[in-house]
Design a protein around this ligand. Sequence first.
Ligand SMILES: [Zn+2]
Length: 133
Amino acid sequence: MWRTISIAVVAALWLSAVLQAEPTKKTTPEKQSPLAVAPSLALPAPLPAAQFQGRVRDAYQAAADIPQVLAEVTCYCGCNKSQGHRHLLDCFVDTHGSTCGHCVNEALDAHALFMTGTPPDDIRKFIDSKYGQ
Ligand SMILES: [Zn+2]
């Protein structure tokens, strides 16, 4: 009888130890995942498309519609050096995109490809081969 109870107590203690250890175990992957998730969570917001016109407006709208795609695409207008832009999305966070036909063309190309179901990886490759020379 006491043996059964003590086994039950040990089992309960072991179980609670395992349950308590569980969150500690989880913190390791959770600590790593923000690094992988952070770029998409931390995507900068483009300026409102409504304040522009024509193709520039379409490009700003594209940036608002598919920021995660533009964030994977390199802008080849030279703004990485002149403006410190990291990717095409950065061009539409300020007014740079409205003064640069290169950025607009890239964004509209990326958006058109996206609308035909092209995977982001292939969009990036297309932009690289068309503008990256
Ligand atoms: Zn640019």
